[in-house]
Design a protein around this ligand. Structure first.
Ligand code: MG
Length: 248
């Protein structure tokens, strides 16, 4: 356990991108907020389904994550049930689902990540970026099996096909990750509208270049759009800071 008490600062953004008509991503905390807290929940959801299903699925999942208390598995399972119930009430929304990546930050420095789908969580520690989550996608499985390269996956017609999503079945298998953060660490959660446009090196460089959280979040969205913006672009950037540190 980390002896140093920690606070967390955040900035979030969600953007329709340059090609899509609507934004089916959702993020928590709301992009209109920013602040610092000893406990923080941050989450990104990327919905799918016709008839506005994608938008409703991601918003429903994020609402459940934000209102239910408890660890990541409880919150993701609550989101799973909430999306299912919303679909059951409106048959034309049946089959809607969403990715969901939730990070729960605690003042003791721990972050617990619950993850389903192909949104991602990254950690920046000592200036280097690493992936916390693994994608639940067809192409990720092919890469893991040695049957496809990362480069081939980028342009594969099935690159957005998920192998696991929230809201489709009564239960959902949730990947869990736990890290102990130190002051100066940064966590990024983002939708595939970021990672389809920017490789890990570019994401790491942007996070490194912008110490200011709001500037980092803006820069990621701008870079994804500058690279084509083919999908909705959503980011939650969270900095671990020592408790009592003063803004200068
Ligand atoms: Mg997407």
């Amino acid at each position: 356990m980390n002896a140093q008490p920690m606070h967390f600062r955040w900035a979030t953004r969600t953007d329709t991108g340059l090609v899509r008509d609507q934004n089916e991503d959702a993020v928590f905390p709301d992009p209109g907020t920013a602040g610092e807290a000893e406990h923080l929940v941050a989450a990104v959801a990327d919905g799918m389904g016709g008839h506005a299903g994608g938008e409703i699925a991601s918003a429903t999942a994020i609402e459940a994550v934000a209102t239910v208390s408890g660890p990541a598995t409880i919150r993701v399972n609550a989101a799973n049930l909430a999306v299912q119930e919303a679909a059951a009430q409106r048959p034309r929304l049946s089959g809607m689902g969403t990715t969901l990546t939730v990070a729960i930050f605690d003042g003791d420095g721990t972050v617990e990540v619950g993850h389903v789908g192909d949104s991602r969580a990254y950690l920046v520690h000592d200036g280097s970026l690493s992936r916390i989550t693994a994608d639940h996608s067809f192409v990720a499985e092919m890469i893991a099996a040695g049957r496809m390269t990362e480069a081939e996956a980028e342009s594969h017609p099935y690159r957005s096909v998920l192998t696991r999503a929230v809201g489709l079945e009564h239960t959902v298998e949730v990947d869990l990750f736990e890290h102990t953060l130190v002051a100066g660490d940064r966590v990024l959660i983002c939708s595939d509208g970021v990672t389809a446009m920017l490789d890990d090196e570019e994401i790491g460089r942007i996070l490194e270049e912008h110490e200011d959280l709001e500037a980092a979040a803006d820069a990621l969205v701008e870079a994804a759009n500058a690279a084509g913006g083919i999908d909705n672009v959503t980011v939650a950037v969270v900095d671990a800071v020592s408790q009592g540190s003063v803004e200068t």
